[in-house]
Design a protein around this ligand. Structure first.
Ligand SMILES: [Zn+2]
Ligand SMILES: [Zn+2]
Length: 321
Protein backbone atom coordinates (compact mmCIF):
# COMPACT_ATOMS: atom_id res chain seq x y z
CA UNK A 1 0.00 0.00 0.00
CA UNK A 2 3.01 2.24 -0.29
CA UNK A 3 4.98 4.24 2.20
CA UNK A 4 4.24 6.58 5.06
CA UNK A 5 6.08 9.08 7.19
CA UNK A 6 6.64 8.18 10.84
CA UNK A 7 8.59 9.58 13.79
CA UNK A 8 10.68 6.70 15.12
CA UNK A 9 12.49 6.10 18.42
CA UNK A 10 15.59 3.94 17.83
CA UNK A 11 17.22 4.27 21.23
CA UNK A 12 16.01 5.81 24.51
CA UNK A 13 17.39 9.27 25.10
CA UNK A 14 17.77 9.94 21.37
CA UNK A 15 15.55 12.32 19.40
CA UNK A 16 12.84 10.76 17.23
CA UNK A 17 13.80 10.43 13.57
CA UNK A 18 11.53 11.08 10.62
CA UNK A 19 11.47 7.91 8.51
CA UNK A 20 9.73 6.61 5.44
CA UNK A 21 8.29 3.21 6.31
CA UNK A 22 5.98 0.78 4.55
CA UNK A 23 2.34 1.32 5.56
CA UNK A 24 1.73 -1.49 8.10
CA UNK A 25 -0.60 -4.34 7.12
CA UNK A 26 -3.41 -5.23 9.53
CA UNK A 27 -3.48 -8.83 10.79
CA UNK A 28 -6.59 -10.78 11.80
CA UNK A 29 -8.79 -8.70 14.12
CA UNK A 30 -6.84 -5.54 13.38
CA UNK A 31 -7.68 -2.30 11.62
CA UNK A 32 -5.53 -0.02 9.50
CA UNK A 33 -6.20 3.59 10.47
CA UNK A 34 -5.22 6.78 8.71
CA UNK A 35 -4.05 9.00 11.56
CA UNK A 36 -5.67 12.44 11.73
CA UNK A 37 -4.26 13.52 15.09
CA UNK A 38 -2.36 11.98 18.00
CA UNK A 39 -2.11 13.53 21.43
CA UNK A 40 1.22 13.83 23.19
CA UNK A 41 1.25 12.55 26.76
CA UNK A 42 3.83 12.67 29.54
CA UNK A 43 4.08 8.88 29.17
CA UNK A 44 5.49 9.45 25.66
CA UNK A 45 8.16 11.60 27.27
CA UNK A 46 8.97 8.82 29.77
CA UNK A 47 9.23 6.31 26.87
CA UNK A 48 11.50 8.57 24.81
CA UNK A 49 13.65 9.50 27.81
CA UNK A 50 14.17 5.81 28.71
CA UNK A 51 12.34 5.99 32.04
CA UNK A 52 10.15 2.96 31.25
CA UNK A 53 11.62 -0.52 30.71
CA UNK A 54 11.84 -2.37 27.40
CA UNK A 55 10.02 -0.31 24.76
CA UNK A 56 9.61 -2.27 21.50
CA UNK A 57 12.42 -0.60 19.55
CA UNK A 58 12.46 0.73 16.94
CA UNK A 59 9.18 2.29 18.00
CA UNK A 60 6.62 4.81 16.79
CA UNK A 61 5.34 6.45 20.01
CA UNK A 62 1.94 8.06 20.52
CA UNK A 63 -1.15 6.59 22.18
CA UNK A 64 -3.99 9.09 21.80
CA UNK A 65 -4.78 8.35 18.17
CA UNK A 66 -7.72 9.79 16.31
CA UNK A 67 -7.95 8.13 12.92
CA UNK A 68 -10.20 6.85 10.22
CA UNK A 69 -10.58 3.12 9.56
CA UNK A 70 -9.31 2.77 6.00
CA UNK A 71 -11.70 -0.14 5.33
CA UNK A 72 -14.93 1.31 6.73
CA UNK A 73 -14.35 5.08 6.86
CA UNK A 74 -15.40 5.16 10.52
CA UNK A 75 -13.64 7.58 12.87
CA UNK A 76 -12.19 5.87 15.94
CA UNK A 77 -9.85 6.56 18.84
CA UNK A 78 -7.02 4.30 19.99
CA UNK A 79 -5.90 4.54 23.63
CA UNK A 80 -2.82 3.44 25.58
CA UNK A 81 -4.25 -0.03 26.29
CA UNK A 82 -3.92 -1.60 22.86
CA UNK A 83 -4.72 -5.21 23.73
CA UNK A 84 -5.07 -7.70 26.57
CA UNK A 85 -5.08 -11.50 26.77
CA UNK A 86 -8.79 -11.74 27.60
CA UNK A 87 -8.40 -14.84 29.73
CA UNK A 88 -6.19 -14.19 32.77
CA UNK A 89 -7.62 -13.54 36.24
CA UNK A 90 -7.36 -9.77 35.76
CA UNK A 91 -9.05 -9.77 32.36
CA UNK A 92 -11.77 -12.08 33.68
CA UNK A 93 -12.50 -9.75 36.62
CA UNK A 94 -12.85 -6.43 34.80
CA UNK A 95 -9.25 -5.40 35.46
CA UNK A 96 -7.74 -5.77 32.01
CA UNK A 97 -5.62 -2.71 32.86
CA UNK A 98 -3.49 -5.06 35.01
CA UNK A 99 -3.24 -7.90 32.45
CA UNK A 100 0.37 -9.16 32.45
CA UNK A 101 0.16 -9.73 28.69
CA UNK A 102 -1.40 -6.37 27.84
CA UNK A 103 -0.18 -4.51 24.76
CA UNK A 104 0.38 -0.77 24.94
CA UNK A 105 0.03 1.57 22.01
CA UNK A 106 3.20 3.51 21.29
CA UNK A 107 5.20 1.36 23.72
CA UNK A 108 4.90 -2.38 23.07
CA UNK A 109 3.37 -1.78 19.62
CA UNK A 110 3.66 1.11 17.20
CA UNK A 111 1.56 4.17 17.91
CA UNK A 112 0.22 7.25 16.24
CA UNK A 113 3.17 9.53 15.47
CA UNK A 114 2.82 8.39 11.86
CA UNK A 115 0.48 8.73 8.91
CA UNK A 116 -0.96 5.23 9.50
CA UNK A 117 -1.27 2.87 12.44
CA UNK A 118 -2.59 -0.65 12.92
CA UNK A 119 -4.79 -1.22 15.97
CA UNK A 120 -6.63 -4.13 17.58
CA UNK A 121 -10.26 -3.61 16.55
CA UNK A 122 -11.49 -4.52 20.06
CA UNK A 123 -9.53 -1.61 21.52
CA UNK A 124 -10.78 1.12 19.17
CA UNK A 125 -13.41 3.50 20.57
CA UNK A 126 -16.08 5.35 18.64
CA UNK A 127 -15.57 9.07 19.38
CA UNK A 128 -18.22 11.64 20.35
CA UNK A 129 -19.43 13.56 17.28
CA UNK A 130 -19.03 17.06 18.65
CA UNK A 131 -15.26 16.91 18.95
CA UNK A 132 -13.05 17.78 15.97
CA UNK A 133 -10.07 15.43 15.54
CA UNK A 134 -7.56 17.62 17.37
CA UNK A 135 -9.88 18.30 20.30
CA UNK A 136 -10.79 14.60 20.59
CA UNK A 137 -7.18 13.36 20.82
CA UNK A 138 -6.46 14.44 24.45
CA UNK A 139 -9.63 12.73 25.62
CA UNK A 140 -7.98 9.38 24.91
CA UNK A 141 -5.38 9.42 27.68
CA UNK A 142 -5.29 12.71 29.54
CA UNK A 143 -9.06 12.42 29.77
CA UNK A 144 -9.50 8.74 30.11
CA UNK A 145 -6.76 7.72 32.53
CA UNK A 146 -7.30 11.01 34.35
CA UNK A 147 -10.93 10.00 34.76
CA UNK A 148 -9.94 6.60 36.13
CA UNK A 149 -7.85 8.42 38.76
CA UNK A 150 -10.76 10.78 39.44
CA UNK A 151 -13.10 7.86 40.12
CA UNK A 152 -10.78 6.68 42.90
CA UNK A 153 -11.40 10.03 44.60
CA UNK A 154 -14.96 8.76 45.17
CA UNK A 155 -17.25 11.57 46.29
CA UNK A 156 -14.49 13.92 47.46
CA UNK A 157 -15.97 17.41 47.65
CA UNK A 158 -12.65 19.27 47.88
CA UNK A 159 -10.27 17.91 45.28
CA UNK A 160 -6.59 18.77 44.90
CA UNK A 161 -4.92 18.45 41.47
CA UNK A 162 -1.12 18.37 41.65
CA UNK A 163 0.40 19.26 38.27
CA UNK A 164 -1.91 21.20 35.98
CA UNK A 165 -1.22 19.72 32.55
CA UNK A 166 -3.33 17.94 29.98
CA UNK A 167 -5.11 15.60 32.41
CA UNK A 168 -5.85 18.19 35.09
CA UNK A 169 -7.19 20.69 32.54
CA UNK A 170 -9.83 18.11 31.58
CA UNK A 171 -10.60 16.89 35.10
CA UNK A 172 -10.97 20.38 36.53
CA UNK A 173 -13.91 20.80 34.16
CA UNK A 174 -15.47 17.46 35.10
CA UNK A 175 -15.04 18.19 38.82
CA UNK A 176 -16.52 21.69 38.54
CA UNK A 177 -19.44 20.27 36.56
CA UNK A 178 -20.12 17.86 39.43
CA UNK A 179 -20.09 20.69 41.95
CA UNK A 180 -16.76 19.82 43.51
CA UNK A 181 -14.24 22.44 44.58
CA UNK A 182 -10.90 22.19 42.80
CA UNK A 183 -7.56 23.28 44.25
CA UNK A 184 -4.78 23.35 41.64
CA UNK A 185 -1.10 23.04 42.49
CA UNK A 186 1.55 23.94 39.91
CA UNK A 187 5.31 24.26 39.75
CA UNK A 188 6.29 27.00 42.21
CA UNK A 189 5.86 30.41 40.63
CA UNK A 190 4.10 29.19 37.48
CA UNK A 191 1.55 32.04 37.41
CA UNK A 192 0.54 31.25 33.83
CA UNK A 193 -0.52 27.69 34.74
CA UNK A 194 -2.29 29.00 37.85
CA UNK A 195 -4.28 31.52 35.79
CA UNK A 196 -5.11 28.71 33.35
CA UNK A 197 -6.37 26.53 36.23
CA UNK A 198 -8.60 29.29 37.58
CA UNK A 199 -9.98 29.92 34.10
CA UNK A 200 -10.98 26.24 33.90
CA UNK A 201 -12.90 26.34 37.16
CA UNK A 202 -10.34 25.88 39.94
CA UNK A 203 -11.45 27.74 43.08
CA UNK A 204 -7.84 28.23 44.12
CA UNK A 205 -4.48 27.81 42.41
CA UNK A 206 -1.07 27.99 44.03
CA UNK A 207 2.41 26.55 44.25
CA UNK A 208 3.07 22.91 45.05
CA UNK A 209 4.04 23.06 48.71
CA UNK A 210 1.58 25.84 49.56
CA UNK A 211 -1.03 24.89 52.14
CA UNK A 212 -4.43 25.09 50.45
CA UNK A 213 -7.05 27.38 52.05
CA UNK A 214 -9.12 24.33 53.00
CA UNK A 215 -8.10 20.74 53.71
CA UNK A 216 -8.69 18.32 50.83
CA UNK A 217 -10.88 15.23 50.72
CA UNK A 218 -8.77 13.75 47.93
CA UNK A 219 -5.70 14.61 45.91
CA UNK A 220 -4.71 13.46 42.42
CA UNK A 221 -1.02 13.71 41.57
CA UNK A 222 -0.29 14.07 37.84
CA UNK A 223 3.22 15.52 38.06
CA UNK A 224 5.95 12.82 38.09
CA UNK A 225 7.48 14.23 41.27
CA UNK A 226 7.65 11.89 44.27
CA UNK A 227 8.11 14.78 46.70
CA UNK A 228 4.46 15.70 46.08
CA UNK A 229 3.26 12.51 47.82
CA UNK A 230 4.01 13.57 51.42
CA UNK A 231 2.75 17.08 50.63
CA UNK A 232 -0.55 15.71 49.33
CA UNK A 233 -0.89 13.37 52.33
CA UNK A 234 -0.33 16.39 54.58
CA UNK A 235 -3.13 18.26 52.79
CA UNK A 236 -5.85 15.54 52.87
CA UNK A 237 -8.19 14.98 55.80
CA UNK A 238 -8.32 11.70 57.79
CA UNK A 239 -10.04 9.13 55.60
CA UNK A 240 -8.91 11.00 52.48
CA UNK A 241 -7.24 9.52 49.41
CA UNK A 242 -4.11 10.41 47.48
CA UNK A 243 -3.96 8.97 43.95
CA UNK A 244 -0.73 8.84 41.94
CA UNK A 245 -1.96 8.99 38.35
CA UNK A 246 1.26 8.81 36.34
CA UNK A 247 3.12 5.78 35.01
CA UNK A 248 6.45 7.02 36.35
CA UNK A 249 7.45 9.10 39.33
CA UNK A 250 10.72 10.06 40.96
CA UNK A 251 11.42 8.37 44.31
CA UNK A 252 9.08 9.28 47.13
CA UNK A 253 10.99 10.74 50.08
CA UNK A 254 10.45 9.03 53.42
CA UNK A 255 7.82 10.67 55.58
CA UNK A 256 6.48 10.31 59.11
CA UNK A 257 3.78 7.70 59.58
CA UNK A 258 1.41 10.29 61.01
CA UNK A 259 0.87 11.64 57.47
CA UNK A 260 -0.69 8.31 56.48
CA UNK A 261 -2.31 7.65 59.85
CA UNK A 262 -6.01 8.44 60.15
CA UNK A 263 -7.05 5.94 57.49
CA UNK A 264 -5.64 7.98 54.64
CA UNK A 265 -5.24 5.94 51.46
CA UNK A 266 -2.31 6.21 49.07
CA UNK A 267 -2.67 4.41 45.75
CA UNK A 268 -1.62 4.44 42.11
CA UNK A 269 -3.65 4.14 38.93
CA UNK A 270 -2.38 1.93 36.14
CA UNK A 271 -3.51 2.17 32.52
CA UNK A 272 -7.22 1.96 31.71
CA UNK A 273 -9.96 -0.48 30.97
CA UNK A 274 -12.28 -0.26 27.97
CA UNK A 275 -15.07 0.39 30.43
CA UNK A 276 -13.24 3.54 31.59
CA UNK A 277 -13.12 4.61 27.95
CA UNK A 278 -16.79 4.04 27.28
CA UNK A 279 -17.80 5.86 30.47
CA UNK A 280 -15.55 8.86 29.97
CA UNK A 281 -16.30 9.31 26.26
CA UNK A 282 -19.99 9.27 27.16
CA UNK A 283 -19.49 11.84 29.94
CA UNK A 284 -17.16 14.29 28.15
CA UNK A 285 -19.74 15.80 25.75
CA UNK A 286 -22.30 16.12 28.54
CA UNK A 287 -20.01 18.27 30.76
CA UNK A 288 -19.08 19.45 28.11
CA UNK A 289 -15.32 19.05 28.42
CA UNK A 290 -13.49 21.51 26.16
CA UNK A 291 -9.91 20.54 25.46
CA UNK A 292 -7.37 23.26 24.74
CA UNK A 293 -4.85 21.96 22.25
CA UNK A 294 -1.55 23.15 20.83
CA UNK A 295 -0.91 21.46 17.46
CA UNK A 296 2.53 20.46 16.17
CA UNK A 297 3.28 18.90 12.78
CA UNK A 298 4.53 15.31 12.72
CA UNK A 299 8.09 16.33 11.89
CA UNK A 300 8.03 18.74 14.87
CA UNK A 301 7.46 15.92 17.38
CA UNK A 302 10.85 16.50 19.06
CA UNK A 303 10.02 20.16 19.57
CA UNK A 304 6.66 19.12 21.00
CA UNK A 305 8.40 16.74 23.43
CA UNK A 306 10.74 19.55 24.49
CA UNK A 307 7.81 21.91 25.05
CA UNK A 308 6.10 19.33 27.27
CA UNK A 309 9.31 18.55 29.16
CA UNK A 310 9.79 22.24 29.91
CA UNK A 311 6.14 22.82 30.82
CA UNK A 312 5.76 25.52 28.17
CA UNK A 313 2.18 24.74 27.07
CA UNK A 314 -1.24 25.08 28.63
CA UNK A 315 -3.60 22.21 27.90
CA UNK A 316 -2.62 19.38 25.58
CA UNK A 317 -0.16 19.01 22.71
CA UNK A 318 -1.45 17.21 19.61
CA UNK A 319 0.70 15.89 16.77
CA UNK A 320 -0.86 16.24 13.32
CA UNK A 321 0.55 14.06 10.52
ZN1 LIG B 1 -5.19 -10.80 30.65
ZN1 LIG C 1 -0.92 8.81 28.13
Amino acid sequence: MGFMRAMVLSAPGQPLRLEERPVPAPGPGERLLKVHACGLCRTDLHVVDGELPRPALPLVPGHQVVGRDVATGRRVGVPWLGGSCGSCGYCASGRENLCPDAAFTGYSRDGGFAEYVVADARFCFPLPEGYPDLQAAPLLCAGLIGYRAFRFADDARRLGLYGFGAAAHILAQVAAHEGRTVFAFTKPGDRRAQDFARRLGAAWAGDAGDVPPEPLDAALIFAPAGELVPLALRDVVPGGTVVCAGIHMSDIPSFPYRLLWGERTLRSVANLTREDGVRFLDLAPRVPVRTEVVPYRLEQANEALAALREGRVDGAIVIVP
